[in-house]
Design a protein around this ligand. Structure first.
Ligand SMILES: Cc1ncc(C[n+]2csc(CCOP(=O)(O)OP(=O)(O)O)c2C)c(N)n1
Length: 281
């Protein structure tokens, strides 16, 4: 990654976190933890990796993204707005009547969203279908499937992974957001997934483990996955709420309720990020 690319990706990651905070604050609550753990991935995808045309969101050559952990929609919307798919101002209509930004992604409503998600597990199957269809059509676009570690409780994920490996869908990359938490506690306590990378390898994926908050390491892993010529999985070691210490340490950071303390932490984080962005401008 060049220095220019790194600057662009890091700036976008800051903007995504700021925008998520600004979107959720007026609503009083929202899916902050799982949005922040994928903020760096989203910044890397939209700041460097993806082929897309923001002014032509259904362009046939675009890479496809399926955010199977659809509750992290705010991070995706921020990435799309900051990349020119729709005006940034629209972010503040999140989950309001008549919005084109519902709490969970809807492919019929939002420019840049290729698959509707929210019911955990289903995005794994639809991403497999998208990648299969692209292969049949001889379209070289990549499909990026983002799935939560808690989401892997859904048996549907493993059926889809079997299919992806069996059909040799080697232009699909599974990105597991291994932030060790789910809605109601630690993933290891709710239903221990044990070694996710070992399981993906056993399912036939070329598998890597990487720090998902380190965009350079993540970029290297994506390049290696692409070069492998095999269906690939990247297990991202992440932190739920990553980027703002208060939210990283907050136990119940799945859907954060903005009480007085959380509101103060969010406002401070917004100011801090804006100051950083000014320094970068
Ligand atoms: C089929 C289904 N069951 C339950 C839910 C409710 N739900 C929303 S998020 C979530 C936890 C997901 O955990 P994880 O995939 O680890 O997400 P992250 O921690 O990254 O936010 C649950 C159970 C749902 N959206 N879909």
């Amino acid at each position: 990654m060049t220095q220019d690319e790194l600057d662009r990706v890091q700036t976008l990651a800051l903007k995504i976190r700021r925008d998520v905070l600004e979107m959720l604050l007026p609503l009083g609550a929202g899916h902050l933890g799982g949005s922040f753990s994928i903020a760096d991935l989203m910044a890397l995808l939209y700041g460097k990796e993806l082929a897309y045309k923001a002014d032509d969101p259904t362009w046939d050559g675009r890479d496809r993204v399926v955010l199977s952990k659809g509750h992290a929609g705010p991070a995706w919307y921020a990435a799309l707005a900051e990349s020119g798919f729709f005006p940034r101002q629209d972010l503040f209509t999140l989950n309001q009547p008549h919005t084109h930004l519902p709490s969970h992604p809807d492919r019929l409503k939002t420019p840049g969203v290729d698959m509707t998600t929210g019911s955990l597990g289903q995005g794994c199957s639809t991403a497999a279908g998208i990648a299969m269809a692209l292969k049949l059509k001889g379209n070289d676009a990549w499909t990026y499937l983002i799935v939560g570690d808690g989401e892997l409780n859904e048996g549907q994920c493993w059926e889809a992974f079997e299919f992806i490996a069996a059909r040799g869908l080697n232009r699909l990359i599974v990105l597991v957001d291994d932030n060790k938490k789910q809605l109601d506690g630690y993933t290891a306590d709710v239903m221990n997934p044990f070694d996710i990378a070992a399981k993906m390898s056993a399912f036939g994926f070329e598998t890597q483990k990487v720090n998902g908050q380190d965009v350079v390491a993540l970029d290297n892993a994506i390049q290696a996955a692409k070069a492998s010529g095999k269906p690939s999985a990247i297990v991202m070691d992440t932190v739920k709420g990553a980027g703002v210490p208060y939210f990283e340490q907050l136990m119940d950071n799945h859907s954060v309720k903005f009480d007085a303390k959380a509101t103060e932490a969010a406002r401070e984080a917004i100011d801090h990020i804006n100051a950083k962005l000014e320094g970068r401008a």
